[in-house]
Design a protein around this ligand. Sequence first.
Ligand code: 3NM
Length: 236
Amino acid sequence: DALYEFDDAMLLSKNRIRPVVVPDQLKVYFISGTQDVGFNERHLLDTVEAACRGGVTCFQFREKGIGTLEGQQKLELAQQLKEICAMYNVLYIINDDVDLAVAVNADGVHVGQEDMRLEDVRNLVGNKVVGISIHSVEELHKTDVVYADCVGVGPMYATSSKPDAQEPCGPDCITELRAEGLTLPCVGIGGITLANATPVLQAGASGVAVISAIAHADDPYEAAEEFKNLVDKIKI
Ligand code: 3NM
């Protein structure tokens, strides 16, 4: 007889015993959608492939804003991106769209504070990775972190990739959230570059999440590799 018996109810309960994301998978967390690469699907696929080859550990498909793909086109692109990530053993996360994450069987989903309740997200995705954005201690206390696996904290610095981003809270925000009892693995996000990533990691982030530092780099492969080397040096 099995020593432990898992059933769906246990996996979905507040007392899940199986962690589904390990901090190493968050080291270099690349986020992108067609809006970040001139609304060009081919360009997005090539950029993500280069970033995966360069060493990103996680990729989030974030198709957001006016002029972005919807419906069947979004689904097909999500499937192609999943294949690239699978080839490189890169964790594949879908932003906001829980139905899409389930449809393409992504590794996880990331939601914001204004999106669905975390308990509902957890019930829809079962044992997939659930990420949540937290911008302040106040938001931490409003969040049912028990249903989440990892946290994006930001914006660390000023960003031009998210028009509705809040005021930068800096790496200190991670320190404060840790002091308030946040124990989940987290990534810093917002305006992170090779030059300013170190304080984010030193403040307790498992990794850095970036859009422009890789998507807009002259060579996304090289940018990803440099981030991976930097994080590997600090997070042993
Ligand atoms: N979320 P870049 S900041 C997608 O604060 C996103 O929650 C943020 O892009 C948050 O690396 C941000 O180009 C944009 O600054 C990150």
